[in-house]
Design a protein around this ligand. Sequence first.
Ligand SMILES: *Cc1c(COP(=O)(O)O)cnc(C)c1O
Length: 227
Amino acid sequence: MSSIKERLQSLRSDIIEACLAAGRDPADVHLLAVSKTKPAGDVMQAWHAGQRDFGENQMQEAISKVNALPDAEWHFVGAIQSNKTRDIATRFNWVHSVASAKVARRLSEQRPEGMAPLKTLIQVNISGEASKSGVSPEAAQLLAADMAGLPGLTLEGLMAIPAATDDEQAQRAPFRELRELKENIEDSLGINMPHLSMGMTGDFTAAILEGSTWIRIGTAIFGSRTR
Ligand SMILES: *Cc1c(COP(=O)(O)O)cnc(C)c1O
């Protein structure tokens, strides 16, 4: 079995290959290592192999890992209950899964004064979405307008988790839709959102071909999970 370090190395070369195929600069595609369900020791191994950004989807599980590695960049990628916004606002650098104006307002209000604004993305339920989380494309536009005025956060872009499929053309369609939605929102609100968070272990090549700037990878780095 290969180590986390070896899997990261091989993933990095796959990412570069996908960028070459897409005619994109590899510096524009960031790797988020999704460490949910995995122990802090695995996160440390990835850290020592040069990985700096880590994603978690449950606050209770995340806290010990965030405390063990406070110098990493921590990204929250899970569903957000209102009573968890303070923990997120005080402990995380990024949130990929904002899906309501109420949560956005709370994150902004609860972001501590001395910290840089929280970097946020709106999770969109794009066609063929596997889960029910995320806002509709129409609601994303309204939510973006709301969030653009909040002082405690910056609106960095959009995120989606399309249903899994093995067919690359079928994988690309929802990613393309998310990119077009981002461009439409930027045009109509006159704002710039630099990021598209899309692509996981099974479909990151397709996501890179459609313009992803954050791929969120768990299995290919840390091995399979039971949940
Ligand atoms: C678990 C998870 C991932 C990583 O999925 P893999 O298929 O293991 O790469 C990415 N994004 C989110 C939001 C997740 O919850």
